[in-house]
Design a protein around this ligand. Structure first.
Ligand code: SF4
Ligand code: SF4
Length: 424
């Protein structure tokens, strides 16, 4: 059985205080490539006045999530990638947004369609439309909903903080998701390095008294927060190659997604902001901050006191699975769970790669039973058929192979590029 890696934790950098709300910036840049499942098409015009929470872009695919303006103001620019809106700082709310207290009387399809209208997407880092996931699940019988609060990346604490502060509301979101997928049980899965979150969920569960929902606590191990890994851990089931968890009757949603569902249904507030962990040794004040979608990273960094000295890299996402940003002008998207201003204390030294010694450590460390050294060899030989056959599609880009490689070969970053180039 795969046991995962015990990584050094840097959660202590950003593990105290409460979630702060960053003031809305003067300008937001809202990406039309926001959701992993669908590109969006603008439905506003340059010069148009838009309200806070107004839908500004829709997907062509049904049940994918819409995009809303995260400020009230004027549309400045629209291109193939972005809509830029200047903020009038009035936060004039779209008058059509209302709470929906009667959601329990709705059919699954009505509820799923409404979640799409609210722009609800997976906030664990992938930003796949929640409604698209739920609608795929309508073809199968779903018996289990898993709410993923594992947060196994060593720096990220936004879900931990949301659980500590909003456990009751998250459970309301779990009830909405249970109705939408038709499952009879839900597990809130949390790693044991989050004792305050665990207490908060246990207390909220006692108050709610909904027998369908329970908490499951697991040892802190990387990458057990991965959807497939978590299903194996919790249910001893494996998602068949190339299929979704719904194929085995399971839907997995992130805790922040459950929170966003409750906000949308009970307050009529679509997904216009999210909590971001801003951390790393290259930032002055590490914080969890609620940020309007479309805020520039540099504004978020400035809110956290700015950079501390020279940084080596600004990383969007976790230290293991995140991506280096080319510029801090990049906007926060629904997928942006963490910003790491990394310096030499955060990143491994720049080792010079040595030849592969065929030790097999990378294969031992791989949670999805791939053969990373073979993948690498075939990538170098541009043998696409072999790369496909070896299962590059199943690589979750967790970086476990890199971590254990004694030759310091950067395997995962090559697999990331190859997945994009070869597999689309
Ligand atoms: S861990 Fe590194 S050196 Fe060992 S087999 Fe894998 S790629 Fe080669
Ligand atoms: S990055 Fe891919 S190949 Fe490497 S350990 Fe993770 S899943 Fe396996």
């Amino acid at each position: 059985m795969y046991t995962g890696l015990r990584l050094d934790s840097f959660k202590h950098l950003c593990n105290t205080g409460t979630i702060e709300i960053m003031p809305a910036p003067n300008m937001v840049t809202l990406s039309l490539d926001q959701h992993a499942d669908a590109l969006l098409r603008s439905c506003v015009k340059v010069g148009e006045t838009v309200a806070l929470g107004q839908i500004i872009a829709r997907p062509d695919i049904s049940f994918s999530a819409c995009l809303h303006s995260s400020v009230s103001g004027t549309v400045q620019t629209i291109n193939a990638n972005h809509i830029v809106i200047s903020n009038n700082h009035k936060d004039t709310l779209d008058a059509s947004l209302t709470p929906k207290s009667n959601w329990q009387t709705w059919s699954k399809t009505e509820l799923i369609a409404h979640l799409a209208e609210g722009g609800i997407a997976g906030l664990g880092g992938a930003a796949y439309s929640t409604s698209a996931k739920l609608s795929a699940g309508q073809q199968q019988h779903i018996d289990t909903l898993i709410i993923n609060g594992m947060e196994c990346e060593p720096y990220i604490t936004c879900d931990d903080h949301l659980l500590r502060e909003q456990a009751a509301y998250i459970l309301n979101g779990v009830q909405i998701l249970l109705h939408a997928c038709g499952a009879s049980r839900a597990y809130v899965a949390i790693e044991d390095d989050k004792p305050l979150a665990i207490d908060a969920v246990r207390n909220a569960l006692a108050q709610l008294n909904d027998q369908r929902i329970s908490i499951q606590v697991f040892p802190t191990t990387y990458p057990h927060g991965d959807e497939g890994q978590l299903i194996g851990l919790l249910l001893s089931k494996e998602v068949p190659r190339g299929q979704l968890p719904s194929a085995i009757g399971v839907i997995v949603q992130n805790v922040a997604t459950a929170f966003a569902c409750a906000k949308w249904i009970y307050e009529g507030r679509p997904l216009i902001s999210r909590v971001v962990t801003v951390t790393g040794h290259g930032i002055h004040e590490c914080k969890n901050v609620e940020v309007r979608i479309g805020s520039a990273c540099k504004d978020v960094i400035a809110y956290c006191g700015g950079y501390r000295g020279e940084i080596s890299t600004l990383i969007m996402g976790g230290i293991m699975m995140g991506t280096a940003l080319s510029s801090d002008e990049m906007p926060i998207t629904k997928a942006s769970n963490c910003l790491i201003a990394a310096n030499h204390l955060d990143l491994a030294p720049n080792y010079i790669e040595q030849p592969c010694i065929r030790c097999g450590e990378c294969a031992h460390a791989c949670p999805v039973d791939l053969l990373p050294q073979q993948l690498l060899m075939n990538l170098r030989n541009q043998n696409t058929a072999a790369v496909e056959e070896l299962g590059l599609r199943d690589c979750i880009l967790c970086g476990c192979c890199d971590t254990v490689c004694p030759s310091h070969i950067a395997l995962a970053s090559r697999f990331r590029v190859a997945k994009l180039q070869l597999l689309g």
